[in-house]
Design a protein around this ligand. Structure first.
Ligand SMILES: Cc1cc2nc3c(=O)[nH]c(=O)nc-3n(C[C@H](O)[C@H](O)[C@H](O)COP(=O)(O)O)c2cc1C
Length: 169
């Protein structure tokens, strides 16, 4: 299979986009995520794949708690901010209405469809992303919504490309 075919198949899935946020030792982080999915029914578990190039990955290495915000069609600006800026050189949270959970994880008030997640494991299988597996601590929704999907945001330039990982294989 060529990478063109792989890319076409993956684009046809047209994943909904989410923003993962976290904090460790007073440092907050968050990025746009297209690689994610439910990984267990009972217990309720969820997996997210984080690029090794991202500031969010480096904070996540030290973090135990996360929030996952499901974006709606009204959230393109949120996707742009969290997918195109990097915490390496910008404060993505500046100017946004932010709440915090009991572990100081930043919660985007504008994005009420969200889950609070507790880390189970971080698995590195040699790819350019790691798999963060989590247990769902709580889930909230602001009501029915139309998800923002990759096809509506594929013009965004990622703050870091996956080739930028610190250690090359
Ligand atoms: C449409 C789209 C989907 C993305 N999906 C992921 C993803 O699944 N995992 C990930 O770690 N980064 C993903 N990114 C890249 C990060 O969101 C982006 O590089 C971000 O600027 C990193 O910010 P940070 O350095 O503050 O963590 C995606 C970016 C875009 C535009």
């Amino acid at each position: 299979m060529t990478s063109d075919v792989f890319g076409t198949l993956m684009a046809s899935v047209d994943q909904p986009l989410v923003v993962l946020t976290t904090a460790a030792e007073g440092e907050r982080a968050g990025c746009l995520i297209g690689f994610h999915g439910q990984s267990s029914i009972t217990p309720e578990q969820y997996a997210v794949w984080l690029s090794k190039a991202n500031h969010t990955y480096r904070v996540a290495l030290r973090a135990a708690h996360f929030a996952l915000h499901f974006l709606t069609m009204e959230d393109l600006r949120v996707a742009e901010r969290f997918g195109s800026l990097s915490g390496d050189d910008a404060d993505k949270f500046a100017g946004l209405d932010i709440d915090h959970d009991e572990y100081d994880v930043p919660l985007l008030r504008a994005c009420p469809n969200r889950m609070l997640l507790d880390r189970i494991a971080m698995l590195d299988d040699g790819g350019d992303h790691v798999c963060l597996t989590t247990r769902v601590r709580s889930a909230d929704t602001g009501g029915a919504f139309v998800p923002l999907r990759l096809s509506s945001a594929d013009h965004l330039e990622p703050g870091h490309t996956s080739e930028e990982r610190a250690i090359q294989p």
